[in-house]
Design a protein around this ligand. Structure first.
Ligand SMILES: NC(=O)c1ccc[n+]([C@@H]2O[C@H](COP(=O)([O-])OP(=O)(O)OC[C@H]3O[C@@H](n4cnc5c(N)ncnc54)[C@H](O)[C@@H]3O)[C@@H](O)[C@H]2O)c1
Length: 403
C-alpha cells in the first residue's frame, strides 16, 4: 500500500533543461563513435567539451573566447566561482577529518532532525514543505524541555555545508516521543519516500544523504571481525574498532541502470512489487570485481536475454531506498534485428518495447488515473526525482531530434 501511496501524487515535471538537450546531442554524437569511443580517455574529453560548447552557444560568443584550459572543465566549474567552491570543500573536509574543528562547527551549524529515520518537514503558510534547519542551541533547548540530556546533540552526523560554509548535520531523536518533538518544532516527521515528493531542489538529496548516514551508524555499531563495539569520529565519517584497528566507512552499493533502445523503441520492465502499470529502466547491482560496462551487459543478458551493442553514460544518483545505492545511469543500444525479449521471470514480471508515442504519454502523466481499488489503470513511468525518469526523458528528447 505504501508503494502505491508513494506514487499517488507524482510531481512529474517535464524539464527540457539545457542539460538534457546537451545530453541528447551528446548521445547522438557518441553513437557515431561506436563502442570504441567509450574509452576512458575519449569519453570524458568529448562529454565535457560538448557541454561547454552548447553552454557557450547560449551565453554568446564571449564564452567561446575563454582560455583553452576552461574547455576541459565540467559545467559546474565554469558556472560557479571556483574560489568559493574550493574553500567550501576544504572547510568541509577539515571538519570531516578533525574532531575539534567539527565540534566547533556544530556550535554554529544547522541540524536536520529525524525520528527513526523519518525527516522532520515543516509546511509554510504558502503550503510548501521545507526542511527546517535548527540551530544547535534550539536542539539543546528541545532536549532539555523534554527531560533529555542536551549533550546528546553531539551525536549529530555531518552531512554537508552551505554556500556560506555553515556545517549541516543530521540527528535522530528516535528515542524521544515523536509527537512532543513535532509540537516543539512545529513540524511533522515524514517517511523519506514521501519527503522526496514534498521537497524541492537540493533538499531531497540532502535529506536522503542525512538519512543514509544515520542508518549506516545505526547498523554498524559492532566490528564484523571482533564483535566489539565500534567508535565513531566526531563528524561520523567513519567508525573504528579499537580492538582490531579496522576502520569502517559509510558505503553505497553500485547499481547500473540502463535504458535499452533498438533505435526506434525503448525497453522498459517491471517487477511484481512495482505499483500497477509502472514500468522503469532495467537495473541491477554490480558484482564484485565487475566494471560498470560488464555489469550492464550481464544484467541485460540475464533479465531480458538481449546483447548490448553500445553504451553511453548519462549520469549518476545516490538512491537511498531501501539502502544506499550508487546508481550509474546509461543508455544502451541493441541490434534492431535482434530484439526478441525473453524475460527472466524470477527478476521481472514483464519487460517490453515501448514506442516514442507511448513513452511521451507516460511522461506527461502527473498522477495516473486509478480504478475503484485505487490502482493505476494506465502505463506510467517513475517520478522525476528517480534517475530512471531522466533516462526515459533523455531518450524521448533524442528521438525528437532524430525525427
Ligand atoms: N533511482 C531510480 O530511478 C531506480 C530505478 C530502478 C531501481 N532503482 C534501485 O536500484 C537498485 C537495484 O534495482 P533492482 O531492480 O536490481 O533491485 P532489487 O532490489 O530487486 O535487487 C535484485 C537482487 O539483487 C540482490 N541484491 C540486493 N541488494 C544487494 C546489494 N546491496 N548488493 C548486491 N546485490 C544485492 C538481491 O539478490 C536482489 O534480489 C534498487 O535499490 C532499486 O531501488 C532505482
Amino acid at each position: 500500500m505504501n508503494e502505491v501511496k508513494l506514487y499517488l501524487t507524482p510531481l512529474l515535471q517535464r524539464r527540457h533543461t539545457l542539460c538534457q538537450w546537451q545530453r541528447s546531442l551528446h548521445a547522438l554524437s557518441v553513437n557515431t563513435f561506436g563502442l570504441c569511443a567509450l574509452t576512458q580517455v575519449v569519453f570524458p574529453f568529448y562529454f565535457f567539451r560538448l557541454r561547454i560548447w552548447t553552454a557557450s552557444k547560449i551565453c554568446g560568443t564571449l564564452n567561446m573566447l575563454q582560455p583553452l584550459r576552461i574547455l576541459f572543465r565540467p559545467k559546474w566549474m565554469v558556472s560557479r566561482s571556483s574560489a568559493s567552491y574550493v574553500s567550501r570543500m576544504r572547510h568541509l573536509n577539515k571538519i570531516k577529518e578533525e574532531d575539534e574543528a567539527c565540534r566547533a562547527a556544530l556550535q554554529s551549524g544547522n541540524i536536520f532532525l529525524y525520528h527513526k529515520l523519518a525527516p522532520l518537514l515543516r509546511r509554510t503558510d504558502s503550503g510548501i514543505y521545507q526542511l527546517p534547519a535548527l540551530q544547535t542551541k534550539d536542539v539543546e533547548e528541545i532536549l532539555e524541555k523534554l527531560g533529555e540530556d542536551k549533550e546528546m546533540v553531539k551525536e549529530s552526523i555531518l552531512i554537508n555545508c552551505t554556500e556560506q560554509n555553515e556545517a549541516q548535520f543530521s540527528f535522530d531523536v528516535g528515542a524521544i516521543e515523536q509527537a512532543a518533538v513535532e509540537e516543539l518544532c512545529r513540524g511533522t516527521f515524514v517517511d523519506l519516500r514521501k519527503a522526496f515528493f514534498l521537497l524541492r531542489g537540493s533538499e531531497a538529496p540532502l535529506v536522503a544523504r542525512g538519512q543514509a548516514l544515520l542508518r549506516w551508524h545505526q547498523t554498524n555499531g559492532f566490528c564484523s571481525s571482533t564483535g566489539q563495539p565500534t567508535q565513531r569520529n566526531q563528524s561520523g565519517s567513519q567508525r573504528v574498532c579499537h580492538s582490531s584497528g579496522i576502520t569502517y566507512y559509510p558505503k553505497m552499493s553500485p547499481v547500473v541502470i540502463v535504458l535499452v533502445s533498438d533505435g526506434k523503441r525503448c525497453l522498459l520492465g517491471r517487477q511484481s512489487t512495482f505499483p500497477r502499470g509502472m514500468y522503469s529502466a532495467l537495473a541491477g547491482f554490480c558484482d564484485i570485481g565487475e566494471t560498470m560496462e560488464e555489469a550492464l551487459r550481464r544484467e541485460i543478458a540475464e533479465e531480458v536475454g538481449l546483447e548490448v551493442e553500445s553504451i553511453q553514460y548519462s549520469g549518476s544518483q545516490h538512491w537511498p531506498f531501501p539502502q544506499s545505492s550508487f546508481m550509474v545511469a546509461c543508455h544502451a543500444t541493441v541490434n534492431p534485428d535482434k530484439t526478441h525479449v525473453s524475460v527472466d521471470k524470477v527478476e521481472l514480471e514483464d519487460a517490453r518495447w515501448f514506442s516514442l508515442e507511448e513513452v511521451q504519454e507516460a511522461l506527461a502523466i502527473k498522477a495516473p488515473p486509478r480504478n475503484n481499488k485505487g490502482e493505476p489503470t494506465v502505463f506510467w513511468v517513475p517520478p522525476s526525482y528517480a534517475i530512471a525518469n531522466r533516462l526515459i526523458q533523455e531518450w524521448a528528447n533524442q528521438q525528437h531530434l532524430k525525427s
